[in-house]
Design a protein around this ligand. Structure first.
Ligand code: GDP
Ligand code: MG
Length: 378
């Protein structure tokens, strides 16, 4: 039982956590962006991936390919984006080895502009069939800057035409400025893209796939900090539940897997993550979760604030070390650097005071906890 209501952890919970994280990191994300030529699909992709004008992901203003209407972009190893006027072309695209089945695509984005246009209903329905989730985007909202009331009318018309459910919204965006024909001093005008991005990530999180896409979207250290934050939240939640010592060790191993993935794009197996843990212990203890846990924490688990402080301190020092290792182009095999950095961080935490560290963690105050993490991860 790994939900909050469980009264105790057994050793399987840690194993399961590690298995889940490994499984999630092996997943792939596919995105289909569909819409008429010139609706701003390429521009929107550039905006979603925070691309500057001079380093575009998708070329804006380019006419549809001659041999195939489908353009494919690979981001890292595990994110595929398909860009096409309609999904029909994607389904027929013969460069697609396996035929697409229902729900095969994770995220569908239908990009529309201007007044509601009945031809897009079929594209929307097709996306609904093949995608787990469809986001409808009304792009070029800057065209309504001088007629704001029309924007809401047009949005409502699109919602009606596409027969959207009440809980489905239309994202209003602007992704202007990527056109290579524009003067150099024209700045990008990006609006509404962040809301869309956050909702896509929120959706992917439900499928355990958010980190796969985020890796291609966000600065690595920012993601590592978030992983450390979630791990600390996990430690705080688990601390006083019987059997938590091994579970907390599992949380640490899982976070090492995530940070490894963030920096390398590769999946560290559950076994390798567990094998890395003893590197942070003072004496040699072998690669067994229980023994590792015992080396950090009392065998009976966390019984008091002092032990909780140790658990939190070890977690921060360990994960900040793993971040530091990758940021400085080392890897988990660089044992000397790893051990040195770990004791440096752990001593710094002891200087703050492990009870004080625990006090900060147990506030569950995101800002304060992030501030603490930022002392170790820049
Ligand atoms: N005004 C305005 N123009 C845009 C916007 N997004 C894209 N464009 C322009 O629309 C044209 C086509 O954009 P592009 O991204 O190539 O569209 P695609 O054919 O759907 O990939 C280019 O001139 C873009 O600069 C927007 O939000 N507002
Ligand atoms: Mg394009």
């Amino acid at each position: 039982m790994s939900d909050n209501t469980s009264k105790s952890y057994d050793d399987n919970d840690a194993e399961e956590l590690l298995e889940d994280v490994e499984k999630n990191l092996r997943k792939k994300v596919t995105v289909a962006i569909v819409g008429k030529v010139s609706t701003g699909k390429s521009s929107l992709l550039n905006a979603l991936f925070s691309k500057p004008k001079d380093d575009q992901l998708a070329v804006v203003g380019a006419v549809s390919g001659v041999t195939t209407k489908v353009k494919r972009f690979q981001l890292g190893k595990n994110v595929e984006i398909m860009d096409s006027p309609g999904l029909g072309d994607i389904i027929e695209d013969n460069s697609n080895e396996t035929k697409l089945a229902m729900g095969d695509i994770d995220v569908g984005v239908l990009v529309v502009v201007d007044a509601a246009d009945a031809s897009q209903k079929a594209h929307y329905d097709e996306l609904k069939t093949y995608c787990k989730k469809v986001f409808v985007v009304l792009n070029k909202v800057d065209m309504f800057d001088k007629k704001k009331s029309s924007l809401e009318k047009v949005t409502a018309q699109w919602a009606e035409l596409l027969k959207l459910d009440d809980d489905e919204k239309i994202y209003q965006t602007c992704a202007d400025g990527y056109d290579p024909d524009f003067d150099d001093d024209i700045e990008l005008d990006i609006r509404g893209v962040d809301v869309l991005k956050q909702d896509i990530l929120k959706f992917l999180k439900k499928h355990g796939k958010d980190l796969i896409l985020e890796r291609e979207l966000e600065k690595k250290s920012v993601l590592a900090k978030r992983v450390i934050y979630s791990s600390l939240a996990g430690v705080a939640g688990a601390a006083f539940i019987p059997g938590s010592a091994v579970y907390i060790t599992g949380i640490q191993g899982a976070a090492i897997m995530s940070i490894h993935y963030i920096y390398t794009g590769e999946v560290l197996s559950k076994q390798s993550a567990i094998a890395a843990l003893p590197l942070f212990a003072s004496q040699s203890i072998g690669s067994n979760l229980f023994l590792v846990a015992k080396s950090f924490l009392p065998p009976t688990g966390i019984v008091d604030v002092a032990a909780a402080g140790v658990a939190a301190g070890v977690t921060i020092a360990m994960l900040s070390t793993v971040n530091w290792i990758y940021e400085n182009d080392y890897n988990l095999d660089n044992k000397t650097e790893l051990k040195e950095r770990y004791s440096f961080f752990y001593n710094a935490l002891k200087d703050i005071g492990l009870k004080e560290v625990w006090t900060i963690i147990s506030t569950r105050d995101r800002e304060k906890i992030m501030e603490l993490i930022s002392r170790f991860v820049k």
